[in-house]
Every structure is written in C-alpha cells, then in structure tokens.
Write a protein that binds this ligand. Structure first.
Ligand code: DLL
Length: 442
C-alpha cells in the first residue's frame, strides 16, 4: 500500500480525523469565502458548533451554478498570489468552473494520485502510458504527478495520434495504461487495424475514468487488451482524478479517500440524506484543501456508498460505479434512460464493434430514440465467408438489438447498423449523445 497508516485507519480514528478536518475547513471558509460566510451565518453554524460528522448535514450545499456565479476566483480561500496552478472544467455549458491549487494542494493531490495508482496495482519502476489530455483538464497532469510521485516512468502521451500511441505502447513496453475508457477502446481498435495483438504489448493494467463506462465495456477492454481494467473517479472542482479508485484485490466499488473527502448520498430532488447502499447523488466535502475548499458539493453523479469492509483491508468506504450524471439522464417518452444502459446492450453483442451514438429527436411531439451502432469488421467477414446476404444478416441483427434494447429500456429504439469505422472515435471523453430536441425546442 502507498500509505498503509491512512488507508487502513480504524473507522473510529478515521471519523475523528474527519471531524477535526471538517471543523478546520468550515473555520477557513467562514473566514475567507463570502458565499460560505453568508450561508453559514444564515444557518447559524460555526466550526465550534459541529459536534459529530452527522452535523455535516447542517452545512449549506454548493452547486456548480454557485461556482459559476463567483467565477473566476470568488470561491478561493487564499489570496490569488498563493495559487500555484489553475485547472478548469471544459465549460461547454457556459463559463468553466475552476480548480485552484496552492503549493500544499498540489503536494496533497500528487500523494493521493500516487495512492490511487498503487491501489490499482501500479508499482514504482513501472512504465505508465498516460493518454489523459494534458492542459486545463485535470486528467493528464493529475495522473502525471501521481505517477512521478509513485516512482513510475511516465509517458505523457495525452490524447490523439492514436497509431503513434500504439507504437509507443509497444516500444516503451508500458505496463500501465491511463486514459478514458472510450479512448482505450479506440486504442484497442487501432491495435487491430495495425495487425497487432495484445501479446505485442506488455500492458497489464488499465486505469480508466473521467466518464461513465459499463461492466460490458470493462469486459471488452480486458479481453481486447488482455489487461485488468480498473475504475478511477474524480472531478476538477473537488480535486481532479484521485477522489476514488477500485483496488486490484476486489475490483468492486471505488475506495473514496475519506481522510481527504467526506462523502454523502442525497436524494437529488428532496436533498434528503440517503443511507449507505441507496442510490442517489454523490455529495463531497473537501477536508484538506486550502485553495478552493468546498462544502457539500453536489457532484451530479449517481451512485451509492458501500460500507461493508473490503477484502483488501482498506477501511475507506467505497462508492458504486457511477451510473451516469443527473444531467446525462435522458427522458424519452417519459422513460428515464442512462446512456450506460444502452451501452450494456450494445457491448454484450459480439457481432458489434464497441462504438455507438445515441440520437434523440422529436417527430409530431413524440420523442424518437435512434441508436447507431457498428457491426464489427469480423462480422462482415463472416457474412462474406458464408456467402450470406449482407442485407438479410443486417436486418436480423438489427431486430435482435432492437428487442434487447426494448427489454432493457422498456422502449422501442430505431436501430441503425453501420459498417465499422463510420462513427468518429473518441480522443478523450466520448460524446455519444446527440439530443436534437434541445435545438428543436429553441
Ligand atoms: O474527469 C477528472 C478525472 C480525470 C477523473 C481522469 C478520472 C480520470 P472533470 O472533467 O471535472 O474531471 O469531470 C468530472 O466526470 O463529475 C463525472 O460525471 C465524470 N467522471 C469522472 N470519473 C468518472 C468515472 C475529471 N470513473 C466528471 N465514472 C464527474 C463515471 C466519471 N464518471
């Protein structure tokens, strides 16, 4: 383990540490951040009045919109001259939200990121190929500094130039691959195109995150790259990659580093706290951040907390894998659909390539769901080899997928099967949903 003392702290000691750090954080923000000053005064809460961890429920929530209202530096708890680095979310829906780190925050982040990599099975001396994007996105640099702290050799590949990346993976004999799961699929498909097999690489472990991915996607990646695929979670507002990670021992639920982050699950509408095991929105309070500490940040991510001890011996509670973001949930003809449910169906069909797009539009006031998928190159070859009529085979496959989607989602989708290589591949976070209703409405 990277830091056995903290990773295995007995729960009582861990909770005492959390309370102590929570008080310190509340004290800091009530002095330095006008937004919190106001809300804490309104709620009549001070650091001294927090008697147990349960009192976190008396603290105000923070929403993404609050961060935007105070853009760029209104949430900083230190003077901007003490900020050493700034990252930001992509800001596709308006102003980005920023992440601001002091020197101390960067040291903490490196340490937590190293802890994550070690928990997922990386070791000092490993060659680690990092295809998370470098830049304002926290993925590239967040993993990079963790890998250096761990003592690995980092290949800072970033996204794109996929053929060259495959060549580097082969030549530098990386044992660890870090990237989004959709980019890992892109790399796997490129490996096929280059007539290479996983045996030509020395990869053993993939540490994938930054977007939701299904168990079926995990199975595909493990098979196609002959690796163990582990899930890593994080978000820029709270720190970046490294908030939680699966352990190689059980690969079942992501350990949240509770000495640094206090997790809660709430009902996304009533905001009422939900018990461990119940699915809802993940809310995180930072316990050690200096530059931009956050109280009860609503992540928008849907998951549950797992309190049962893990076989690896770490005492931090785990979160279930993220089903999706609240704002990614599609309501189609009144039915709630997460894109990951569609992915599960498509990725479990061996005849399809792991590539898809979801399009929703409205026709005479009715929502129409179209699922575009690709049939695998090998599928087309089999059809030709057997002299089958491609048109017929495609129709049969389309019917099968339509039925499976209907069973999974409870609604009928129009399925379009395309030749492999038609849908653009991801280089970072995949954009798989095209909701044309938004344009139609405006
Ligand atoms: O995606 C940080 C990160 C980088 C995490 C590299 C893991 C690896 P943001 O760009 O701010 O930060 O996006 C954060 O991405 O709220 C989730 O909705 C989603 N997300 C992150 N990790 C996972 C995951 C980075 N493992 C947002 N599973 C979060 C599902 C994830 N969704």
């Amino acid at each position: 383990m990277w830091n056995q003392q903290f990773e295995c702290l007995p729960r009582r000691e861990l909770e005492a540490l959390q309370l102590q750090r929570l008080k310190k954080t509340v004290e800091l923000v009530s002095r330095q951040v006008p937004f919190y000053q106001e809300r804490l005064t309104e709620a009549g809460v001070s650091a001294e009045s927090l008697e147990s961890l349960k009192d976190v429920e008396r603290l105000p929530f923070t929403a993404k919109s609050n961060l935007r209202d105070y853009y760029p530096f209104g949430f900083c708890a230190v003077d901007v001259s003490d900020i050493r680095r700034i990252h930001a979310s992509s800001g596709t829906r308006g102003k980005p939200t920023i992440a601001a780190y002091t020197k101390g925050d960067l040291a903490t982040w490196s340490d937590i990121s190293a802890r994550c990599l070690a928990t997922a099975g990386a070791r000092p001396g490993d060659v680690l190929h990092n295809s998370y994007g470098y830049g304002l996105f926290t993925g590239g640099l967040g993993i990079h500094q963790g890998a250096e702290t761990l003592g690995a050799t980092v290949i800072p590949a970033s996204g794109g130039r996929t053929q060259q990346q495959v060549m580097l993976l082969k030549d530098f004999r990386a044992r660890i691959l870090c990237c989004t799961p959709s980019y890992a699929l892109n790399l796997a498909l490129c490996l096929d195109d280059m007539k290479l097999s996983p045996g030509d690489l020395k990869l053993e472990i993939g540490i994938f995150g930054a977007e939701p991915w299904s168990q079926e996607c995990r199975r595909q990646l493990e098979e196609r790259l002959n690796i163990q695929a582990l899930d890593i979670y994080g978000l820029s507002e709270v720190m970046g990659p490294g908030v939680a990670v699966e352990c190689l021992t059980t690969k079942s639920g992501l350990h949240i580093w509770e000495d640094h982050f206090l997790p809660e699950i709430i009902h996304p509408e009533t905001l009422a706290p939900l018990p461990d095991g119940e699915e809802g929105e993940l809310v995180l309070t930072t316990l050690t951040k200096e530059g931009l500490p956050l109280l009860r940040y609503r992540t928008g991510d849907i998951c549950s907390l797992i309190a049962e001890p893990c076989a690896c011996g770490r005492t931090a509670r785990r979160m279930s894998r993220v089903r999706g973001r609240l704002d990614d949930m599609l309501i189609i003809r009144g039915v709630n659909v997460y894109p990951s449910e569609i992915e599960t169906v498509l990725f479990s069909a061996a005849a399809l390539a792991p590539q898809y797009q979801i399009v929703i539009h409205r026709e005479r006031a009715l929502d129409v769901l179209t699922v575009r998928a690709e049939f695998a190159q090998s599928t087309a070859q089999t059809w030709h080899r057997h002299g089958s009529d491609e048109h017929d085979e495609r129709r049969k496959l389309t019917d099968t997928i339509t039925t499976r989607l209907k069973n999974q989602l409870g609604l009928t989708a129009l399925v379009e099967l395309l030749p492999s290589g038609t849908i653009a591949l991801s280089e970072g976070k995949a954009v798989r949903v095209l909701d044309l209703r938004l344009q139609q409405d405006s």
